[in-house]
Design a protein around this ligand. Structure first.
Ligand code: ADP
Ligand code: MG
Length: 575
């Protein structure tokens, strides 16, 4: 018997329904209108009334309309076939939807995320009689470049015994591939398809480990000055147009991970369409094929209802955790978490909750913290490790980092890559501010060298500020040289040409070598005849170093590039 309720009020996407049978927080309900079933989530219970947030346009719903409560949380379908997909916040596959109803989604139409017809080549990994626990692998199917583990459902508790398992062969995702018996004798049928509530973390691993090893992004300014760890978290705040999306695309291509999940959350419709168009064109430097083969995009535009926007972030992180559970390294990029926070604000406003700062809900901070906590490095029961690294962008109005979303995020993340309008206006890309940015994680170069570089950059910046007042004539030559050196380090190392095949991606070893070389030459005492001579010297050095950056690693050109830089640098060394 369906658990039915009746709508007593409709306010935008928020409906209130009276109910008779028990209901649960966060369960999914369907509001019925004109023969359509509109998906909704129960977000608050007050006495005999339930407030539900509808994931669609609520036009046509009226007082007295029926609501069907399902007793099930909002879930994600997990299984082979996720990779390469573009889905919305409710995991509707957008390309399939487009084929059925055009890009403007029809109300009340939901498609199954995973293809029910397609067969996958399953190989069993355990035998009848084996003892297994939630998250353990029962078998695997090849998906893209790696083995997709078919696991004991994450909701299973305690030890289970394998009662039966199919032979190697081709099966669809709904075919029962194994039966398990739990300690109380209950039998569980396992298919390749699992369903998991998106708002609950998947915790089927042995333990969480402290992120320690750098996740190399091949973006020099990040790996050197504000590195992120495998399983760590980072925040990229920046004003509109400063380069957040480009930076995320660079990371998804070059970061040393197996799987990339993109939560394109609520940016302008045009921007999401851009992501959808550009992403499939990105070439995976590892395979030379499309990056989409190891990517899942979960997207929503601000024209979609807020509830769907809110859900998209959870759907994305759930898929990320699923792949981590296979012992893979996953990078989750959320662009932009500000739009997600705005969705939370709208919902909270409709519920007439007591607002916190800038009308965001008072619980904003804990919601943001809970999201980033789903990242992490985990050790699985078979001893292998998996990771989810979360990098979220924040787009504060006017680039003001003092606002609540940026501030709440900064309290929980391990690295901060602040984009600066000044740098992007000057086309100094990536426009990460080297002075503002920080990281608690170890990078790819020695800490002492980083400290030296930071001091140099700070001094150079001070001199630059002073020169704005007193001019070049009013600046002593030693200060002026410091300024030139800082500019040199910035231009020749921190800035990177994303479009150059070699310069665009710098491996860890190369970064360590080049950075050491630059620090060494910048530490050597210098003598210049006058400011013009000094300027010419650093111009030549910048030119030579940029050329060196374009020489492929491990080639004679690379060696020649270093020799040229050394030779130039030595001219002015003061013995
Ligand atoms: P945001 O997402 O912060 O609004 P985008 O990432 O879309 O900004 O960047 C806006 C524009 O700035 C891009 O279209 C591109 O022209 C330029 N840009 C940003 N980052 C880079 C980069 N690393 N290299 C070259 N151009 C860049
Ligand atoms: Mg953007």
């Amino acid at each position: 018997m369906a658990n039915l309720g009746r709508i007593v009020s409709v306010s935008g996407a928020l409906i209130t329904a009276a109910f008779d049978e028990p209901v649960v927080q966060n369960e999914v309900g369907y509001a019925m209108v004109d023969g359509l079933r509109l998906k909704a989530e129960l977000i608050r219970v007050r006495g005999d009334y339930a407030d539900l947030q509808v994931f669609e346009d609520t036009a046509g719903l009226y007082v007295g309309s029926q609501v069907e409560f399902t007793g099930e949380m909002l879930i994600a379908e997990l299984g082979p076939g996720l990779l390469g997909q573009v889905v919305d916040g409710l995991q509707n596959p957008l390309f399939d939807l487009a084929a059925v109803s055009g890009y403007f989604l029809e109300r009340g139409r939901y498609l199954e995320p995973l293809d029910r017809e397609r067969s996958w080549s399953f190989t069993p990994r355990v035998e009848v009689g084996a003892s297994v626990r939630a998250g353990d692998a029962l078998g695997s199917v090849p998906e893209g470049e790696f083995e997709h583990r078919i696991m004991v459902p994450f909701a299973a508790s305690g030890w289970l015994t394998v009662k039966s398992i199919v032979q190697a062969g081709d099966y669809t995702v709904e075919h029962v591939v194994a039966t398990l018996e739990d300690e109380r004798g209950r039998v569980l049928e396992v298919t390749m398809l699992q369903r998991w509530p998106v708002k609950l973390p998947i915790r089927a691993y042995r333990e969480r480990l402290r992120p320690q090893e750098p996740l190399v992004t091949k973006i020099r300014i990040i790996d050197t000055l504000c590195p992120v760890s495998r399983g760590g978290t980072a925040c990229i705040p920046g004003p509109f147009g400063a380069g957040k999306t480009v930076l995320q695309q660079l990371m998804s291509r070059h970061a040393d991970v197996d799987v990339v999940i993109v939560a394109a959350c609520g940016e302008r419709a045009g921007e999401v369409v851009e992501t959808l168009r550009e992403f499939p064109e990105l070439v995976d430097p590892r395979t030379g094929r499309s990056l989409m083969e190891r990517t899942v995009i979960v997207c929503n535009t601000s024209s979609m209802p807020v509830a769907a926007r809110e859900a998209s972030v959870y759907t994305a992180v759930t898929i990320a955790e699923y792949y981590r559970q296979m012992g893979l390294d996953v990078l989750l990029l959320a662009d932009s978490t500000s739009r997600w926070a705005q969705a939370l604000r709208e919902v909270s406003g409709r519920l007439e909750e007591i607002p916190g700062e800038e009308a965001f809900p008072a619980y904003l901070e804990s919601v943001i913290a809970a999201f980033y906590e789903r990242g992490g490095l985990t050790q699985l029961r078979d001893g292998s490790q998996g990771s989810v690294t979360i990098v979220g962008t924040v787009s504060p109005a006017g680039g003001n980092f003092e606002e609540p979303v940026t501030q709440s995020t900064l309290k929980v993340v391990g690295a901060f890559m602040g984009l600066s309008r000044e740098r992007s206006d000057a086309r100094r890309y990536p426009a990460i501010d080297p002075l503002d940015s920080w990281s608690h994680y170890p990078g790819v170069v020695p800490a002492a060298e980083v400290a030296f570089a930071r001091t140099l950059l700070r001094t150079g910046n001070e001199v630059a500020q002073m020169m704005k007042v007193v001019g070049e004539e009013g600046t002593v030559i030693d200060d002026f040289v410091r300024y030139l050196q800082a500019e040199y380090l910035d231009a020749a190392y921190l800035q990177q040409d994303a479009f150059d095949a070699v310069d665009g991606a710098t491996g860890a070893e190369r970064q360590a070598l080049v950075f050491s070389e630059l620090v060494r030459l910048l530490r050597a005492p210098q003598r210049h005849a006058d400011k013009d001579a000094a300027r010419r010297h650093y111009q030549r050095l910048t030119q030579a170093t940029k050329e060196w950056n374009r020489a492929p690693w491990g080639t004679p050109e690379f060696e020649a590039g270093r020799d040229r830089v050394r030779e130039l640098a030595e001219v002015n060394v003061h013995a």
